[in-house]
Design a protein around this ligand. Structure first.
Ligand SMILES: Nc1ncnc2c1ncn2[C@@H]1O[C@H](COP(=O)(O)OP(=O)(O)O)[C@@H](O)[C@H]1O
Ligand SMILES: [Mg+2]
Length: 360
């Protein structure tokens, strides 16, 4: 186990700044996920921590010790890559034991560690196969096992589930979390998938174009996003953003836009009449009613998507198509007029210029 700290770390490739002024502390035993769209600097961050890439500025500490000039081999870190990077000519057993062999460990000790990792990952009956004789999910387990046998103080995983099909990805996601819960080890996990970040992590750091936007527990980020990027990145279907202006209403300030007027959330003293705002609404926070009259917004259903456990309906509002989560088995159909309401405390408000949350 180990703690990790990035202190004002930047990485430039020529004129591209891949990571900008990253400061982040990862606690001993924590499962930390770095998430963001492709090209936002996640792998670069992981590679700098692993020692595969040099920092351009700043410092990285592991267990409060600067590792900035330390070679990768001395950092006591194991890394799992999206590509698995297995040795094709070696059996699973030899793949698993290879790093230990190179390290000069005794044969019996290697065998014991390989057997234990194989049992943990459910691949004990595959030890004599070659990688090409394995399915994608099995290869993924071998790649994980190769990291496990080393008993490193730190696990780094770069999109380890991305090559699996959707169903297996969800299954491996749960297995991964259970595995690392048992190992009680520090994990830095990289993914572009918001669902993996939400479900796996103790805490999440969200990146956009090399800059960390927000760090917190999955539910902190989901419930109180610091800006529109974080708000739009987490959640599926995503939050809808509507342009509005603060207006006076009979019972206090309203958020008025094209076809809607919603009561503003507290605290209301930060809002002034005429102020432009972006209103963020999550699909599950919307109350739909069959009669459009007397509701804060009126529209009509344009699309119905049954998801099985819920049904998502879409309707035009404020120039956008707003996603609304409804109960499964809803009889709403395209063309049906609906009224929409949102409890004020479920609304998210952002500054249209900066995208920053106005709730903080
Ligand atoms: N070796 C490299 N040389 C030049 N640019 C690079 C190199 N590696 C990454 N980059 C650039 O740095 C940015 C971040 O890349 P990366 O960390 O791989 O993103 P992510 O893993 O989040 O998809 C991208 O713009 C990418 O093109
Ligand atoms: Mg990457």
């Amino acid at each position: 186990m180990a703690s990790v700290e990035f202190v004002h770390v930047s990485k430039r490739y020529g004129r591209v700044e891949a990571v900008s002024d990253l400061s982040l502390r990862i606690a001993d035993g924590e499962f930390m996920t770095l998430v963001g769209p492709s090209g936002c600097g996640k792998s670069t961050t992981l590679n700098m921590l692993a020692g595969l890439d040099e920092v351009s500025a700043g410092e990285i500490l592991i267990d409060d010790e600067a590792v900035t000039g330390m070679p990768a081999s001395e950092r006591d870190i194991a890394m799992v890559f999206q590509s698995y990077a297995l040795y094709p000519h070696m059996s699973v057993r030899d793949n698993l034991g290879f790093a230990l062999k190179v390290h000069g460990e005794a044969k019996a000790a290697i065998a014991a560690k390989v057997d234990r990792a194989a049992a943990m990952l459910g691949i004990a009956d595959l030890l004599d196969r070659k990688p090409r004789q394995l399915s994608g999910g099995q290869r993924q387990r071998v790649a994980l096992g190769r990291a496990l046998v080393r008993e490193p103080r730190l696990f780094l995983l770069d999109e380890p589930l991305s090559n699996l099909d959707a169903k297996l990805r969800v299954q491996m996601r749960a297995e991964l979390r259970l595995l690392f819960d048992r190992l009680e080890t520090t994990v830095v996990f990289v993914t572009h998938d918001q669902a993996e970040a939400m479900t796996l992590s103790d805490r999440v750091a969200i990146f956009d174009r090399g800059v960390v936007q927000q760090v917190g527990t999955p539910m902190e980020l989901y419930d109180a996003p610091a800006n529109t990027f974080v708000a739009g990145f987490l959640g599926s279907p995503p939050m809808t953003f509507l342009e509005a202006t603060v207006a006076d209403g009979a019972a206090g300030p309203m958020l008025a836009g094209e076809g809607f007027a919603l009561a503003a959330p507290a605290p209301r003293d930060r809002l002034r009449r005429g102020q432009p705002v972006v209103v963020g609404i999550r699909p599950e926070d919307i109350e739909v009613s069959r009669d459009a009259a007397g509701h804060p917004a009126a529209t009509a259903i344009s699309l119905v998507e049954p998801m099985g456990s819920t049904t998502i309906v879409y309707a035009p509002l404020g120039g956008k198509l707003i996603a609304i989560e409804t109960d499964k088995g809803t009889d709403l159909a395209p063309g049906d007029p609906i009224g929409i309401g949102v409890p004020p405390d479920r609304l998210h408000l952002f500054d249209p210029e900066t995208g920053r949350s106005l709730s903080a």
